[in-house]
Each structure stands twice: as structure tokens, then as C-alpha cells.
Write a protein that binds this ligand. Structure first.
Ligand code: G4P
Length: 541
């Protein structure tokens, strides 16, 4: 049973929550770092469990064909643990680029992001895109430079690259001592101390830390740094000289990123990072509903659906709506309202997700994510609230990069096909566009990549008994007219297709940025955006 709680209790619970996602390019070490955070958080006793769980999921899930054959993860979940009196929620996201839309939506539910960079590879394309979404939302981004146990690039180089490519100021919180097989510690610029690590068992257990307090030039620190002292001190001096100081406000807006160094594989630097990150990262941030700022601690329960996932586990053949709680306390069994339909719903069948495991929960707080059993009533972006007239801004549409036309000729189960497409589009499996001139060939599906279409095909077959036939379209991008668009008097080339999105907004599909440049030249008043409603990003915060 849930405890009686007064408003101070609830406030305390909310403020101690830290909800974030890790963004990175595949192979930078996200799974490894996640696992190590769980290890330090006491959620697993020995690193290796997450990978093992993933393997077990592969072995039993409905996604067998897709996930196992291709060695990718389609589904994602939420992980949580307690650390230093913080309740930590990691919003896990699938690693493959084709499912990045899922990651983008998940970022709408996070209060901050950890950007993982491979020390040898620097900023990679997927990191860049995910970082752009975080920047649009103006959430804080914390940088962890990983794989310091391998020979990588000069830390100053990585800093410069982040500043140039991602347009953020970088302020190192710590600085590495040694690199590659000689990587042995970090100097903490805020606490003015050196932390060295002792390895041994390849990071399955926590590493021992040795701490020496002192200014960088002090005898004790020099001695503890050994042969690396001159290099490290040069680096630190350069940073001091450049005046790279942390500015909490700039961090909060995402214009400055605190940077950390470490190795997720050997655990070096993971613990100092976790400690400092939890101190610096924000708790649940206010969000806007109908133009009003909703403070998480001043309102009763409210939240929004940011993700719907079906058949995560064959033992539970159902759909789960992931709800990010934005204010107040969630109480099992309580009645709330589903704002889009105006219908009351009771919060039964609420589960807390932990990787693949689910457990029934009685209560949760703003910042947490709960899974609600979804009998088919939820859509991505739906608001649930105990107060009247709450509508969180919703989840923006992200322009797909791959398009297919649905071939309906010869389809015998057209009704089932329509129903299936509608349902799966609501779940966000793919996006649906229609060509007003397309007649029977009017349905166009958009996705980030081919694997998303594979999931669509697979699910239509297994859940609706229909074979989906698709033909490839040459488009790779979409833009939404914001101003100066009149379909009757619009000058465009053959390379552009004018369609409507599922909310009936006009959208333009093109093959390259060049096509949009031409269209903009020919239509002087036209203003295009990368999403139908760019204000959704801002109002989510
Ligand atoms: P991802 O989720 O971002 O895709 O990356 P993941 O953690 O799966 O790591 C990708 C590869 O990088 C793995 O190697 C992993 O062991 C390695 N790795 C992660 N962090 C570090 C690190 O700090 N240092 C070094 N040297 N390697 C790291 P793999 O060979 O693909 O897999 P495995 O055989 O190790 O499981």
C-alpha cells in the first residue's frame, strides 16, 4: 500500500528525481556506461547483467526475427536506481539509427541528457542529430568522453570539435591523467583533487579510488601524477587561462556543456561522473500546458504519453503506454482524466518498468515514468491529468528520411490493413502522409530508415494478418510550410511532392536540400520548418 504523504514529502520526492537519456552514436559505449551506472547505483551486483538481460530478451521476444537476426535492439525501456539520495531514471533508447525517432520522442520526456563521445572518434553523425534535438529543447547536456583506456584524440581537440560542430561551450569538470593503457585518473577541477583508479577485473566490479587533495601545481598532486604531471598541468593551465568556468545558467539552457573523462569499460571515472552529474543535473523541470507553466511540485498528478510499445514480452501480449509524470504524485487506483477524449480513466494496471521486468507499483512522482496498460486508447502526446484543461504541448513530428508508398491494389483485407496502419501510426511505428492527388495510391509511409518499415510489415502480418506491400519513393526529407504557402498557387519542381501529414497539415517531400532551396527561390514568401509546429520544442520545457 502507498504511504500517507503530506505536500512536503511529495515535494521532496519530486526534487530528488533525476531523469535523463544517454545520447550517442552506436558503439560509443552507451550500453556499457548504462550498465556501469547501474553497477554503481546498486541496481546490478555485477556488470554484465544488462547485456545478459538483453540477450535473454532477444531469445524470447516477439522481435526474435528482427532483433536477433540483425543484432539490434528495437525496444527500449526505463532503468532506475537510488544513488546518494537521488532517484535516478535512465530513459533507455534503441541504439540503431533507424529507430532514432523513438529516441527523439524519449528526449522530450527527459530533463537532461548525457552525451557520450568516443575519445577516438569524436563527434559522430548520430550524436550530432540527437544533440540538435536536445538543443531545441534547451535541456542541459553533460558530456562524457569515453574509452579513455584506448589511445584516442587529444582532449583539447575533442573540446574544440564539440564547440565547432555542436555550437556549445565546453567546460571540463575533470581532466584525464594519462591515456590509453596509461589512463589512470582524473583531476577534478571543481573539488581541486586528483582521483586515481586501480583496475583489475575488467570493470565487473567497482574500482578502488585513491584521492589526493591539492592545487594542480602542488607537490602532492605532482607526485601523485607521476610521469604525467607536466602534460596534465599544461592542459589544466590552458583551461584556466581560457577562463573556462562553469556557468549554471548556461548549462541549464544547454549552451554550455560540462565535460567528463572516463572509461565505461574499466569503470575509471564512472563514479566521479555519476556523483557530480547528479548534483548538477536538474530535477523535474516545469513544462507548459496551454501556455501556462506547470511547476511539478505545485500541481496534482499530470503526465503525457511519449511512447507506446507493443508486445515487449510474449508473456504480456499487450501494449504499454509510457507516461512521463510531469507534476504531482501518481497513485495506483486513482481516477484521472484522459484529456484528448475527456474520458475518466482509472490508473489500474500501472507498472514500473525496469529493463524487461515489470513490477506493479502503488505510487510514483513527477520525473518518473510509468507504464500503463493500453487497450488502444492512447496516442503519443496524450495528456493525463487530475486537473481540468491540461494539455501538454505534445511531441513534435520529426521529419522522416525514408518514404514508401503503400500498394493497396490486390489487397484482400483492406479493412484490416487500414485498421492496422491507423493503429501502428498512432503508436508512432511509422508516420503516415497522404497525397491528395494520389487516388488509390495515396498512402505514403515515412520512417527514419528501412528497419522501421520492417517492424511495420512484421506487426501488420502477425497482429492483423495482412501482407504490406510497399514501393520505394525517392524522397529523403520533409518540410512543413509555416507561411506563404497556397497549394493552388505554388510553384514547385517535379522533385517535390506536396502531401498532407496525418494531422492534415501540408507538407513538402523532397529528395535533397537543394530541392528545397529551389522551391524557396521560386516562392519568395514561403517559410519552411523541419517540423509542423516548431513551438512544441520550446513549450515542452
Ligand atoms: P553502444 O551501446 O553505444 O552501441 O556501445 P556498447 O556499450 O555496446 O559498446 C560498443 C563496444 O565498445 C563494445 O565492444 C564495448 O565493450 C566497447 N566499449 C565500451 N566502452 C568502452 C571503453 O570505455 N573502453 C573500451 N576500450 N571499449 C569500450 P565490442 O567489442 O563491440 O563488444 P564486447 O565484445 O566488448 O561486448
Amino acid at each position: 500500500m502507498s504511504k500517507e504523504r503530506n505536500s512536503d514529502d511529495i515535494r521532496r520526492e519530486i526534487e530528488r528525481r533525476r531523469t535523463f537519456a544517454i545520447i550517442s552514436h552506436p558503439d560509443a559505449g552507451k550500453t556499457t556506461l548504462t550498465e556501469k551506472l547501474l553497477l554503481y547505483g546498486g541496481a546490478v551486483r555485477e556488470a554484465g547483467a544488462v547485456r545478459a538481460q538483453k540477450a535473454a530478451r532477444h531469445a524470447t521476444s516477439d522481435w526474435l526475427e528482427l532483433e536477433k537476426q540483425r543484432g539490434i535492439s528495437v525496444s527500449s525501456s526505463v532503468l532506475h536506481f537510488e544513488f546518494n539520495d537521488h532517484r535516478v531514471n535512465i530513459l533507455d533508447t534503441p541504439g540503431h539509427r533507424d529507430f532514432s525517432e523513438d529516441t527523439y520522442r524519449t528526449l522530450m520526456a527527459a530533463d537532461s541528457a548525457v552525451m557520450l563521445i568516443d575519445a577516438a572518434r569524436g563527434v559522430e553523425p548520430q550524436t550530432r542529430k540527437l544533440c540538435e534535438v536536445c538543443k531545441l529543447r534547451k535541456i542541459p547536456i553533460f558530456t562524457f568522453v569515453n574509452k579513455m583506456d584506448r589511445h584516442g584524440r587529444d582532449p583539447l581537440d575533442i573540446m574544440a570539435e564539440i564547440e565547432d560542430v555542436l555550437g556549445m561551450d565546453v567546460v571540463p569538470v575533470n581532466w584525464p591523467v594519462g591515456a590509453g593503457s596509461d589512463f589512470r585518473g582524473i583531476y577534478d577541477r571543481l573539488d581541486r583533487r586528483l582521483v586515481t583508479f586501480a583496475g583489475g577485473d575488467h570493470g565487473t566490479h567497482r574500482v578502488d579510488e585513491n584521492i589526493v587533495e591539492g592545487e594542480p601545481g602542488s607537490e602532492a598532486i605532482r607526485e601523485a601524477m607521476g610521469p604525467f604531471a607536466d602534460d596534465v598541468l599544461d592542459g589544466l593551465e590552458l583551461l584556466e587561462g581560457a577562463g573556462a568556468e562553469l556557468d549554471p545558467e548556461a548549462v541549464a539552457r544547454g549552451s554550455q556543456t560540462p565535460m567528463f573523462f572516463g572509461s565505461a569499460l574499466t569503470n575509471f571515472g564512472v563514479h566521479p561522473f555519476l556523483q557530480r552529474f547528479l548534483e548538477m543535473a536538474p530535477g523535474p523541470v516545469p513544462r507548459t500546458s496551454n501556455g501556462n507553466v506547470i511547476d511539478p511540485t505545485d500541481h496534482p498528478f499530470s503526465g503525457f504519453v511519449f511512447k507506446i510499445q507493443a508486445n515487449m514480452d510474449p508473456d504480456h501480449r499487450d501494449r504499454v503506454a509510457f507516461v512521463r509524470i510531469c507534476s504531482g504524485r501518481f497513485l495506483k487506483g486513482e481516477q484521472t482524466s484522459h484529456m484528448r477524449t475527456g474520458k475518466p480513466i482509472r490508473l489500474t494496471n500501472s507498472t514500473l518498468l525496469m529493463g524487461k521486468d515489470r513490477s506493479e507499483i502503488d505510487e510514483a512522482f513527477a520525473g518518473d515514468v510509468v507504464g500503463l496498460f493500453d487497450p488502444g486508447i492512447f496516442r503519443i502526446g496524450d495528456t493525463l491529468s487530475n486537473e481540468k484543461d491540461m494539455h501538454y504541448a505534445g511531441i513534435p513530428i520529426f521529419a522522416p528520411e525514408s518514404y514508401m508508398r503503400v500498394e493497396v491494389a490486390g489487397v484482400q483485407k483492406r479493412k484490416a490493413l487500414e485498421k492496422g496502419i491507423e493503429q501502428l501510426v498512432q503508436e508512432g511505428v511509422v508516420q503516415l502522409f497522404s497525397d491528395p492527388e494520389g487516388g488509390s495510391a495515396s498512402w505514403i509511409l515515412g520512417a527514419m530508415g528501412p528497419l522501421q518499415f520492417d517492424v511495420m510489415r512484421h506487426r501488420l502480418k502477425t497482429e492483423y494478418g495482412v501482407d504490406l506491400t510497399l514501393s520505394v519513393l525517392p524522397y529523403t526529407m520533409a518540410r512543413w510550410p509555416q507561411e506563404g504557402f497556397d497549394p493552388e498557387d505554388f510553384r514547385y519542381s517535379e522533385r517535390i511532392r506536396v502531401v498532407r501529414d496525418r494531422d492534415d497539415n501540408w507538407a513538402l517531400l523532397a529528395q535533397s536540400p537543394w530541392d528545397f532551396d529551389r522551391v524557396l527561390e521560386r516562392n519568395e514568401d514561403l517559410v519552411l520548418a523541419e517540423t509542423p509546429d516548431p513551438s512544441l520544442f520550446e513549450s515542452a520545457v
